[in-house]
Ligand binder design. Structure first.
Ligand SMILES: Cc1cn([C@H]2C[C@H](O)[C@@H](COP(=O)(O)OP(=O)(O)O[C@H]3O[C@H](C)C(=O)[C@H](O)[C@H]3O)O2)c(=O)[nH]c1=O
Length: 190
């Protein structure tokens, strides 16, 4: 597994080693020990999620507030998405900054997104199956969101607005300035 820090250093690209042969390929898609060694964080993923979406579907930006803040390890097992993480940790040198990356079944790249980030993706292929781990269970009462098209954030979603499909909930998320952020230390790992 190869790890590469993005422009927001706590958001990390994870690239598994692919073992190809005449039958196809094998890869270790997750290794707790190696991810903990690289991040220096104790990881306790407890929930796996999967969603399937058509081209233009945009899910996000979402996060859960402490004590149910979620670390996410995300990947695409079918198709291709543009994945965006937004830093909402008060005091972070990259507070309010976002990082985007193309994740696909072809490039097999995964993204490690720690607590303190809002997350979303848009589907670029005909369909995409998005699969990810979280280290806190779903608590809808602690779920929050930020508007995908907040002009202050200038997030590039790669597709024209007219091509996007969102849930009613995501169409009316609060603007970045109205959102609830992560206080220092609340995104820490015990
Ligand atoms: C997140 C979640 C949802 N649900 C139920 C609630 C709804 O009945 C249905 C769809 O939920 P939602 O519209 O919130 O799903 P997404 O828009 O894909 O939400 C995800 O979108 C972005 C990409 C994220 O990073 C989050 O993990 C997550 O918020 O699944 C559950 O039962 N468990 C869950 O953990």
């Amino acid at each position: 597994m190869n790890f590469t820090r993005t422009e927001i250093p706590e958001v990390i690209i994870c690239e598994p080693e692919i073992h190809g042969d005449h039958r196809g390929y094998f890869m270790e898609s997750f290794r707790k020990d190696r991810l903990e060694a690289f991040t220096g964080l104790p990881l306790h993923f407890c929930q796996d999620n999967e969603s399937r979406s058509a081209r233009g579907v945009l899910r996000g930006l979402h996060y859960q507030l402490p004590p149910y803040a979620q670390t996410k390890l995300v990947r695409v097992v079918e198709g291709c998405v543009w994945d965006v993480s937004l830093d909402i940790r008060i005091g972070s040198p990259t507070f309010g900054q976002w990082v985007g990356i193309k994740l696909s079944a072809e490039n097999k790249k995964q993204l490690f997104i720690p607590r303190g980030f809002a997350h979303g993706f848009v589907v670029l292929s005909e369909t995409a199956v998005f699969s990810y781990k979280t280290d806190a269970y779903y608590h809808p009462e602690n779920e929050r969101g930020i508007r995908f098209d907040d002009p202050e954030l200038q997030i590039n979603w790669k597709l024209p607005e007219t091509a996007l499909t969102l849930s009613a909930k995501d169409r009316k998320q609060p603007l970045f300035r109205e959102a609830e952020y992560f206080e220092p230390k609340t995104a820490l790992y015990e």
